[in-house]
Design a protein around this ligand. Structure first.
Ligand SMILES: [Zn+2]
Length: 499
């Protein structure tokens, strides 16, 4: 989603593993990171979360958020202590009903020491009572919280959760969610999944949302503001809830003309990727000033700027494709980002073809031909781009180009079998680039190591002969810019984020 200047996680992790508590020798602290090479301090070790229950109150006038998070988890080692990732101010923590002591450390660690050490395999209920002003909190010198004139929004990748709920903040630990937030009457609260209920009392309205399929922490979203809400059902029967800030001005029409096509686009996509993975659909556009969009689960986040120059279905296609590629099947490590972005970009190429604005082959030819060999674009390796290039345009365009090369190598039948089979095989789980390579070889029956190495891992432009062998840019004339190019490129800004 956004481009990062530096890898923040690397700084914090080192200092955290020193202290051994005096308690039970066989019990040790859970690691302060889950083990991601790009972001060593993200997520935590020692337990696995199954459910988050967030019961909160938010005041848009002051940006104050307060309430209780109840986290259901199971320990995966004998634990003397464990961490959650969180930035707001904690009043109390209980583990299985008993008051626990807690402290903060690093950039976003909440260290919890239960009264008694926890044996491996124990079901735990962690209750965290907290309050704070999210916009006042920073980690690594930035905030992902989006304060708006009428409220606040959490939608960021890879970090967003720290500003509104304590979590094991890494896609490896997915969970279901109940998110119930009280806002003043006249303000709406939007989150993921289905709206279970709303109720009003004493000037406050409570919105209760449910995500009943595993969801990564960065895909959980919080949006409080003044919205116009539309509802519907896709032709295939999925309920749709969209929300548009009342303050979109002259971009309101273009936003609706794009996002109201969510059901149509999701149905079209399911022909390529198999059944839509969730029981809820939609999108929302708060009045933020960012340029990006994000595939927040079941209900993507869009910026008003995505619709500044008219409607753009390409951005809707991109975020909905992520529901299969990124949300249902999530990265194992953040270095696997190509599994998300290469495919969401390729879905935009398929949509272009569907709309008669250029075939995937034509766009691939154009990407290859329009980037000269000395363009830094080719130094980025989509298969392992490094944290500083995690959201580089090459992960998208070179990443999708790699898929066209794969398609040409193995043929349409095997290629589209892979696009449909993968989201089923790893549904609601995690997978890596290496898993994809293995799967593609298995389905196609062809050795593909050299092809993936060339298109995903070499820090240079594949030679003309190699490209021709993969049926990329075979023609003798320079490929014309496809009609869809501008609209797809307009979604590139969605991956920029100025801190
Ligand atoms: Zn994306």
């Amino acid at each position: 989603m956004h481009r990062r200047i530096m890898a923040p996680g690397a700084l914090a992790a080192a200092s955290l593993m020193l202290a051994i508590p005096a308690s039970a020798a066989s019990h040790s602290p859970g690691a302060p990171g889950i083990g991601d090479p790009y972001y060593p301090a993200y997520g935590n070790g020692g337990y696995d979360v199954s459910h988050y229950d967030l019961r909160l109150r938010y005041q848009p006038a002051t940006d104050e958020l307060a309430g209780t998070a109840t986290v259901l988890a199971k320990t995966t080692q004998d634990l003397s202590r464990f961490n959650l990732d969180f930035l707001l101010d904690v009043q109390e923590v209980r583990v299985n009903g008993a008051k626990a002591s807690f402290a903060t450390s690093g950039e976003h660690e909440l260290e919890i020491t239960p009264k008694k050490p926890l044996a491996k395999g124990t079901a735990i209920t962690v209750v965290v009572r907290y309050r704070g002003v999210p916009s006042s909190k920073e980690a690594y010198g930035f905030t992902a919280w989006l304060r708006t004139p009428d409220g606040g929004v959490a939608a960021g990748e890879p970090e967003a959760a720290w500003w509104w709920f304590p979590s094991n903040d890494h896609p490896l630990d997915k969970a279901t969610y109940d998110v119930s937030v009280q806002v003043p009457d006249g303000t709406q609260f939007v989150s993921n999944g289905t709206l279970q209920s709303t109720s009003s009392r004493a000037g406050w309205t409570r919105y209760s949302w449910r995500s009943n399929k595993p969801q990564a922490t960065y895909l959980a979203t919080f949006a409080a503001g003044r919205f116009d809400v539309t509802t519907g059902t896709s032709e295939s029967g999925i309920p749709i809830i969209n929300a548009y800030s009342k303050d979109l001005g002259d971009r309101a029409g273009a936003a609706r003309a794009s996002i109201e096509r969510t059901g149509e686009i999701a149905d079209w996509m399911s022909e390529y990727f198999g059944p839509y993975p969730y029981d809820a659909l939609g999108g929302y556009v708060p009045n933020t000033t960012t340029g990006y969009a994000l595939e927040t689960q079941t209900r993507p986040y869009y910026s008003p700027r995505n619709f500044a120059n008219g409607s753009n279905t390409a951005v809707v296609v991109h975020e909905l494709a992520h529901q299969w590629w990124g949300d249902s099947v999530s990265v194992k490590d953040w270095k696997d980002i190509w599994i998300n972005e290469g495919f969401a970009r390729y879905a935009q190429w398929l949509w272009s073809e569907h709309e008669g604005e250029g075939t995937a082959q034509e766009i691939a030819d154009y990407v290859y031909a329009s980037r000269s060999a000395d363009d830094a674009f080719w130094t980025v390796r989509p298969g392992d781009p490094g944290p500083e290039n995690q959201f580089h345009i090459a992960v998208y365009d070179r990443g999708a180009l790699a898929l066209q090369a794969l398609r040409n190598e193995i043929g349409d039948e095997a290629f589209f079998a892979i696009l449909k089979g993968w989201p089923q095989k790893f549904a609601h789980g995690n997978a890596s680039v290496a898993d994809f390579e293995r799967y593609a070889e298995e389905v196609s029956g062809k050795p593909l190591a050299a092809l993936f190495d060339t298109w995903l891992f070499q820090p240079s432009k594949p030679a003309a002969g190699t490209a021709r062998a993969a049926s990329i840019a075979k023609g003798s004339v320079a490929p014309a810019r496809p009609k869809s190019w501008q609209k797809i490129a307009a979604t590139n800004g969605v991956h920029e984020h100025e801190h």
